[in-house]
Design a protein around this ligand. Structure first.
Ligand code: NAP
Length: 522
C-alpha cells in the first residue's frame, strides 16, 4: 500500500501533496497509510465524468455494459483473497469480509446478469406500451427511459468499503452514467485497493469511474441538473447534504441511505421448543456480532412477547458467551474489532444513553470481552464486547431513537400486535425488519402495519429458514433503503436501482414516430 492514498481522476492516479491524516489498523492501532486532509478541485472531476465518461458509456448499450459488469465481477473475484487480507485491517473477520467483498462483487454479477437478460441492446428502455389518446389512434403516448448525461456522485459510509461502492456503481454503470466515488476516510484504503484492480482490469471505459480520496469540501457545489448524489451515512450527514443549498439549487437527483433502528420480532406463537425460537435467537446473535454490529441493517430492537423475554435473554447469552472477540485475522475470532477508536467511543456513549432505559443482560462496553482472544490488545485495538440490553419500559424514547452502531441490541417486550406495530413505527422509518413466526396471519398483520415504515421486511419460519438470506443481508434483488430516518432512499431492488440513473420521458405523437423513437430499443 502507498504511504498516502491517491485519487483516481481524469484517467490517472493523482497523489496528494499534503501530509494527510493517518489511518490505522482496527485491531492493532498500527498506521496503515494516510489520506489527504485537503479537498480537490472538483470542477474538472465532474467535467471529466460528464464529457468523457458519460459519452463513452453511452457508446455502449445496456447489454454491452451488462457484459462488462460480468467480466469485471470475474476479474475481481479472482482477487478476493488479496482484498480479504486488506479487509482484515478494517476490523472485519474473514467471514465478515465475505459480506463486504464477495457481497459487493456479487452485485456486479446480479446487475450484469439482469441487464443482459432484461434490458435491450440499445440505450432506450421502453416503459409500457403505446397508448392512444384519441379515437382514431393517430396520436398517443409512450414512455421511455434514457440515460441521464451527468455524473453519479456517490458518498459512502465506512462500514462497507467494497459493497458500499459496488452496489452503487453497478446500477449507475448499467444505466450508462459515470461514477465519482468518495469512500469514507476511515476505510478508504480498501476501496482504493479494489478501484486499482478495477482500473487495471482495462474493462472500464475512460471516465466511467473516478475515486476521491480527499476531503469532500466543494464537491456538492459542482452538481448540476443532470448529476445525482447518493449518500450513505449517518442521518445527520444525509440531512446536511439533502438541505445543502448547492444540492437544492442544482436540481440534481438526491438519494440517501441513513441510519436505522431495525426491528426483529419473535411471534407470539413461538415457544422455546419450536424451531422458530432457535432461528430467532441465532439471527439476533449473528446480527449483533457480524461486522461487529457495524451494519446499517443490523437488529437494534429485538421485540419479544413479554412472557418470552427471559427465555430469549438466556438463550442469547448462552450463544454470546461462545463468541470469541479477537484479531480479525485469527481463525478462532468470531467477532473482530470496530473500525477505529472513534467508533468505539461513539458506541460506548450510545450504550450509556441506552442504559438509562434498559438493563444490561450481557457485556460491558468498558471491559475486556468475556471471551477475548489471547494476545489481542484491548487498549490499542477497537475491540468491544457484544452488548445485549433489556428494556425496562418499551415506551422509553431512547430505545427508539439511539443507534449504537456496533454489537449492540436491546430486547423489548410487547403484549399485542397493535402495541408492536406502534412501537416499530417509533423507529421513524427503518431499512429492514424481520419476523420469526409460524403464524402467517400474525405475520401478514404485522407486515402490513410495518410496511409503510420499511424498505424491506423478512418473514422466516421453520420451512423457509434454511434458504433465508437473513435479516441483515441487503441482496441486490431486494430493495435496500427505507423511509424517514433511514434516508428515504431506494437502492438495489434489481433494475429499480438502474431507473434512478435514467430519465423517464412521455413521448407523445403518432404511432409511427413513437415506434421510431422506441425502435432504438430493438
Ligand atoms: P458519516 O460520518 O455520516 O459519513 C458518511 C460519508 O459522508 C463519509 O464518506 C463522510 O466522509 C461523508 N461526509 C460527511 N460529511 C460530509 C459532507 N459535509 N460533505 C460530503 N461528504 C460528507 O457516516 P459513517 O460514520 O461513515 O457511517 C456510519 C453511519 O452510516 C451509521 O449511522 C449507519 O447506520 C449509516 N449507514 C447506513 C447505511 C445504509 O445503507 N442505510 C449503510 C452503512 C452505514 P469522511 O469519512 O471522509 O468524513
Amino acid at each position: 500500500m502507498t504511504d498516502i492514498l491517491s485519487s483516481y481522476l481524469g484517467g490517472q492516479w493523482v497523489a496528494p501533496t499534503d501530509e494527510g491524516t493517518v489511518l490505522v489498523d482496527a485491531a492493532t492501532g498500527e498506521p496503515i497509510t494516510r489520506i489527504s486532509a485537503q479537498p480537490l478541485d472538483y470542477a474538472p472531476v465532474l467535467d471529466y465524468a460528464r464529457t468523457v465518461g458519460g459519452p463513452a458509456l453511452r457508446e455502449l448499450t445496456f447489454t454491452g455494459r451488462a457484459a462488462i459488469l460480468k467480466q469485471l465481477g470475474k476479474y475481481l473475484s479472482e482477487r478476493i483473497p488479496a482484498f480479504t487480507e486488506v479487509s482484515l485491517r478494517t476490523g472485519a473477520t474473514r467471514r465478515d469480509a465475505m459480506v463486504d467483498v464477495d457481497g459487493g462483487i456479487n452485485a456486479l454479477f446480479v446487475y450484469g446478469s439482469k441487464g443482459g437478460r432484461q434490458l435491450p441492446d440499445s440505450n432506450v428502455l421502453p416503459d409500457g406500451d403505446f397508448e392512444a389518446l384519441g379515437k382514431g389512434g393517430t396520436f398517443g403516448v409512450a414512455h421511455i427511459l434514457t440515460p441521464r448525461t451527468g455524473a453519479a456522485v456517490q458518498i459512502n459510509a465506512f462500514n462497507f468499503p467494497v459493497w458500499g461502492m459496488l452496489e452503487k456503481f453497478a446500477p449507475a454503470f448499467l444505466a450508462g452514467v459515470p461514477s465519482v466515488v468518495k469512500p469514507a476516510s476511515a476505510t478508504a484504503y480498501l476501496t482504493e485497493t479494489v478501484v486499482r484492480a478495477m482500473v487495471e482490469s482495462g474493462l472500464l471505459p475512460d471516465g466511467a469511474l473516478q475515486l476521491v480520496c480527499a476531503r469532500p469540501d466543494g464537491l456538492v457545489e459542482q452538481l448540476t441538473a443532470q448529476d445525482s448524489l447518493a449518500v450513505t451515512g449517518s442521518y445527520q450527514t444525509a440531512a446536511t447534504l439533502r438541505t445543502h443549498p448547492a444540492v437544492v439549487a442544482s436540481g440534481a437527483r438526491f438519494t440517501a441511505e441513513a441510519d436505522s433502528l431495525n426491528s426483529s420480532v419473535l411471534g407470539p406463537d413461538v415457544s422455546v421448543d419450536d424451531p422458530e425460537f432457535e432461528v430467532y435467537v441465532k439471527g439476533l446473535v449473528t446480527e449483533m456480532t457480524q461486522k461487529a454490529g457495524q451494519k446499517c441493517t443490523a437488529i437494534r430492537r429485538a421485540f419479544v412477547p413479554a412472557a418470552m423475554v427471559d427465555a430469549v435473554a438466556d438463550a442469547a447469552v448462552a450463544r454470546l458467551q461462545k463468541v470469541t472477540v479477537g484479531p480479525p485475522a485469527d481463525e478462532t475470532s468470531r467477532m473482530g474489532a470496530l473500525a477505529n477508536q472513534r467508533q468505539r467511543a461513539d458506541v460506548r456513549e450510545a450504550v450509556a444513553r441506552l442504559q438509562k432505559a434498559a438493563d444490561t443482560v450481557f457485556g460491558d462496553p468498558e471491559s475486556v470481552p468475556a471471551n477475548f482472544a489471547a494476545g489481542a490488545d484491548f487498549a490499542a485495538g477497537a475491540f468491544l464486547s457484544p452488548i445485549l440490553l433489556r428494556a425496562t419500559d418499551p415506551n422509553r424514547e431512547e430505545l427508539h431513537e439511539i443507534e449504537a452502531f456496533g454489537p449492540v441490541a436491546t430486547l423489548i417486550p410487547y403484549q399485542s400486535a397493535e402495541q408492536l406495530a406502534a412501537l416499530i413505527a417509533r423507529g421513524n422509518g427503518s431499512l429492514a425488519a424481520s419476523l420469526v413466526t409460524h403464524d402467517d396471519a400474525f405475520a401478514a398483520q404485522v407486515v402490513l402495519a410495518a410496511a409503510p415504515w420499511h424498505g424491506r421486511i423478512l418473514v422466516v419460519n421453520r420451512d423457509s429458514a434454511g434458504e433465508s438470506t437473513g435479516h441483515g443481508a441487503a441482496v441486490a434483488q431486494a430493495v435496500h433503503g427505507g423511509p424517514g430516518r433511514a434516508g428515504g432512499g431506494e437502492e438495489l431492488g434489481g433494475l429499480r436501482a438502474v431507473e434512478h440513473y435514467l430519465q423517464r420521458t412521455a413521448v407523445q405523437g403518432g404511432p409511427d414516430v413513437i415506434a421510431a423513437v422506441v425502435g432504438g430499443a430493438q
